[in-house]
Write a protein of this length. Structure first.
Length: 376
């Protein structure tokens, strides 16, 4: 049995204590994000509204309650109107696609049948004539198979269209639940924004001064790193927008610049990007019979994906100060553990790790384990 010196025992105890505290913090963070996520959104929105509230209060010479009310109404009315317009456009597009889906399938299959019949009349007819003494007809068998397949696809498409109503019903139920959560967030954001200074002062009296300094340093580093990451995403979005403007001009689409800017805004969504709009467009074009447009859009989308795959890890790692391989590995690990939420949370995890490193918190913990003193 290995006998540890008293100094080594103290280091081991401090290491266990640091691991225990870190585990508790991570577990509490996970539970808070899982069960109290709306309250995190309330705090974040209230924090973001503080600067406009102070500016409006100073400019119009009004009290804080009125400044909070005006800022709250202007901000969320603009957000609400944009969301409603986006929802109406998306719902109309999906509804049109489902209504026209059987017709599109029928036209597509008719086109394939004509092509196949042309091939039969010029190629297989000789083989069919050769096999006629044996009472075999390849042409008739293939025609029967195509007709059966055709009817099956039409029936399936009609069933899918009929099942759209239950899906819409479930979506309405989920929308009601989301609406109730949204109302709670709006009320909480207004109340917290109105009394932000009061709660801020109460928190300051509870948290020790040394911890406040450390948390302030972590917050400053987090904001700094987040802005760097946002700059990287805006750069990628500008590259995507430029490619789409050129591509849409070549395709001679209506309003190519406006359309490209809409795609560029959607491209800000991490690790998803323009695929959120491009894939439905590709499917719609395919089923509507616009095969030339489908191929051209697929080429543009493939080129965008290639550019992003080359530039995104390098730009993000440059702004965050991390290795590109670490970015890719962390994104894959987060996706494996959390699915799509993991992909969305990957930038937050990277920014948090970089903020902790830049604030020297990790060095403080290591120094505590070695020397028993929590300082840099």
């Amino acid at each position: 049995m290995i006998e540890l010196s008293p100094q080594s025992k103290q280091k081991l105890l401090r290491f266990i204590y640091a691991v225990l505290i870190s585990t508790i913090i991570i577990a509490l963070t996970y539970l808070i994000f899982k069960y109290m996520f709306p309250f995190i959104i309330i705090i974040l929105l209230s924090w973001l509204l503080q600067k406009p509230i102070r500016q409006l209060k100073k400019t119009l010479k009004i009290n804080r309650l009125l400044a909070t009310t005006l800022t709250f109404l202007i901000t969320f009315l603009m957000i609400g109107l944009n969301l409603v317009m986006l929802f109406i456009y998306f719902f109309n597009s999906v509804n049109h696609l489902f209504n026209q889906l059987p017709l599109y399938l029928e036209n597509t299959i008719d086109m394939f049948k004509k092509s196949f019949n042309y091939m039969i009349s010029h190629t297989l007819v000789h083989l069919d004539h050769f096999l006629s003494p044996f009472h075999l007809s390849i042409v008739g068998y293939l025609n029967e198979t195509i007709d059966t397949l055709y009817q099956t696809i039409i029936d399936v498409s009609q069933q899918l269209t009929n099942q759209l109503l239950p899906i819409i019903g479930q979506t309405i139920v989920q929308t009601v639940q989301l609406t109730s959560t949204t109302i709670i967030i709006l009320i909480g954001t207004f109340l917290l924004s109105k009394d932000w200074c009061y709660y801020q002062e109460r928190v300051r009296t509870i948290i020790p001064k040394k911890v406040r300094r450390l948390l302030l340093e972590i917050k400053m580093q987090f904001v700094k790193t987040a802005w760097g990451y946002l700059r990287a995403q805006v750069t990628l979005s500008c590259i995507t927008t430029a490619i789409l403007i050129v591509g849409f001009h070549i395709l001679r689409l209506n309003n190519p610049i406006v359309l490209a800017f809409i795609f560029g805004i959607i491209d800000l969504i991490p690790f998803v990007g323009v695929g959120l709009l491009m894939w439905p467009w590709l499917i719609y074009s395919l089923f509507s019979g616009a095969f030339s447009l489908t191929i051209q859009l697929a080429v543009i989308y493939s080129f965008i994906l290639l550019i992003r795959q080359v530039t995104e890890p390098r730009l993000v790692s440059k702004q965050l100060g991390t290795n590109p391989l670490l970015v890719i590995c962390l994104a894959y690990l987060a996706y494996t553990l959390l699915g799509m939420w993991g992909i969305i949370m990957t930038p937050v995890i990277l920014i948090s790790l970089q903020a902790l490193r830049a604030s020297h918190l990790i060095e403080m913990v290591i120094n505590y384990i070695k020397c028993g003193e929590f300082h840099n």
